[in-house]
Design a protein around this ligand. Structure first.
Ligand SMILES: [Zn+2]
Length: 106
């Protein structure tokens, strides 16, 4: 099961955007896919139209497409892309997400 949440900083660990880091915009848990800022950008050609305030909308736009959740890893400030695990706080029983390598809270 993934531990990645919206707003996390992640790195791409396979595919054409290998090594690219970005913030998680959306997690589509059911489909096992994730939307990462600036990753897997696709170009869309939309019809140019007039917006409500008279500004132009459409034309060529860039938009992120979701990537498979298995292709991303959480980024640890010490180690870079890493595997994350959980530590249970003795006092409170709270689950804390940590880096498996150095134990830093993520
Ligand atoms: Zn670490």
């Amino acid at each position: 099961m993934t531990v990645i949440r919206k707003g996390d900083r992640v790195a791409i660990i396979s595919g054409k955007d290998l090594g690219v880091q970005g913030r998680v915009l959306e997690v589509v848990r059911k489909k096992g896919r994730i939307l990462v800022e600036g990753v897997n950008q696709v170009t869309r050609h939309e019809k140019v139209r007039m917006g409500r305030r008279g500004n132009q909308e459409g034309g060529i736009t860039h938009k992120e497409a979701p990537v498979d959740i298995s292709n991303v890893a959480l980024v640890c400030p010490n180690d870079g892309p890493t595997r994350a695990g959980f530590r249970v706080e003795d006092a409170t029983g709270a689950k804390i997400r940590v880096c498996r390598k150095c134990g830093t809270e993520l």
